[in-house]
Design a protein around this ligand. Structure first.
Ligand SMILES: [Zn+2]
Length: 416
């Protein structure tokens, strides 16, 4: 039994792994919820529906977390029952019966933007669930004007075969940012570290004794929904769905990380990891990395002790010919020629496996001195679902002339 959550939350897993916390009393939160759902009713309901399908509000005596989950009539894709639950802390917890087990992600924004409340919404599960394993939170503070909120967001989730980590906004004083530089992404934030952070913010949503059911009632919002479009499912069905997916074994995952960070198979033994002062830095600063936002990998071309090369680029594509993209390097000393980019080896490309032999231009000349010997670095984008080093996306080639030191990115390809 994990120590960061009480048994009842494990019993009803995955029902509470995503919640909205509102930094206000349950009375104030209830008023804000009512106001917000009335805004939505006015936007969405026309004519007679305004009466028959309007959202209903009421106070209810919830006696425990267990009874809350036990008494739900059913779960629908978009929640139809929202509960504002009183606590002993400065926060009110909002839980809803969505079968996706993910908080209503415009509700937190609207409570901040329209109702002027601080909200902290999170999703956290260390196991694959209805969605894949991962932890993320979004803290919103209201502020006047166009730019209605200040936001802090940290995201650390599995996206299939790999983990992805991202953060936006100023870190909270309570955060332990040192975790974010851990090598294994999945360890940067998880259930335990999120609960540790929430605890520092006086929020303990996975502790039964945090809820003040004895002294205060809970507020329920009930939305109309069409049972034909949103047939309700029961808890057992949710549980089966949540248990249906499995995380890859840890060893496999680490192996995949190393493998995809290595060079594509056709560059093995023909390159070294990029050095800081080599031409790779010209790519690192180019738009490519920023534009795509993908992870990337860089190498200096280096072959049998040689780091000076002539370079041959493909002819630009024309309407007349389909010429698969290929870039070759020729060793200055030995004259040996080999590929440093080959679209036919890129798994996701339309040219994958193509046997046509591409035509290449004569070696490139330096635009400044006319020389043709360069030091060369290559950069590749890494596909987010990738599990092979050959599954690259964009490609860029940067060079530095060995005669005059001119440097630049001389070839780019989007990798398709
Ligand atoms: Zn030059």
């Amino acid at each position: 039994m994990p120590s960061h959550k009480d048994k009842v939350f494990e019993k009803w897993w995955p029902l509470a792994h995503s919640l909205i916390l509102v930094r206000a009393s349950v009375i104030k939160t209830a008023a804000a919820l009512e106001a917000q759902f009335k805004i939505w009713d006015r936007m969405h309901l026309r004519g007679w529906m305004r009466w028959s399908r309007r959202t209903k509000f009421g106070w209810e005596q919830v006696s425990s977390v267990d009874s809350l989950f036990r008494n739900v009539d059913g779960f629908t894709s978009f929640g139809t029952a929202y509960y504002a639950l009183p606590t002993f802390g400065p926060w009110t917890v909002i839980w809803d019966n969505s079968s996706r087990c993910h908080f209503h992600d415009s509700l937190n924004h609207c409570l901040t933007q329209n109702q002027n409340l601080e909200t902290l919404s999170f999703y956290s599960t260390d196991r694959n669930s209805i969605q894949l394993a991962g932890t993320s939170f979004t803290y919103l503070w209201p502020r006047p004007g166009q730019d209605f909120a200040r936001e802090r967001n940290v995201y650390c989730c599995n996206q299939g075969k790999r983990w992805h980590f991202e953060q936006h906004g100023e870190p909270l004083a309570e955060e332990d940012s040192s975790l974010y530089s851990l090598k294994r992404k999945r360890e940067r934030m998880n259930e335990e570290s999120l609960m540790w952070l929430l605890d520092k913010l006086d929020a303990r949503p996975w502790r039964e004794d945090y809820y003040d059911f004895r002294n205060a009632k809970s507020f329920r919002v009930t939305c109309w929904s069409n049972p034909r479009l949103q047939p309700p499912v029961d808890f057992e069905q949710i549980r089966v769905r949540a248990l249906g997916s499995h995380l890859p074994e840890q060893g496999d995952e680490e192996k995949a990380e190393v493998e995809i960070k290595g060079p594509p198979s056709y560059l093995v033994n023909r390159c070294k990891p990029a050095t800081e002062n080599g031409p790779a830095r010209l790519i690192d600063k180019s738009d490519w990395c920023r534009r795509t936002g993908q992870e990337s990998k860089f190498f200096d071309i280096h072959y049998q002790g040689c780091d000076r090369f002539l370079l041959r680029l493909p002819f630009p594509p024309s309407e007349m010919s389909v010429n698969p993209a290929l870039v070759n390097a020729i060793c200055e000393s030995t004259g040996e020629e080999f590929a440093i980019f080959d679209i036919r080896k890129v798994i996701a490309s339309g040219f994958f496996g193509d046997e046509a032999v591409p035509e290449l231009q004569p070696p490139v000349n330096c635009p400044k001195c006319g020389g043709n010997v360069f030091r060369a670095s290559v950069g590749f984008g890494i596909h987010s679902e990738s599990d092979s080093a050959d599954d690259t996306t964009w490609f860029a080639l940067a060079v530095r002339c060995v005669h005059c030191s001119w440097g630049g990115v001389i070839y780019e390809h989007e990798g398709k």
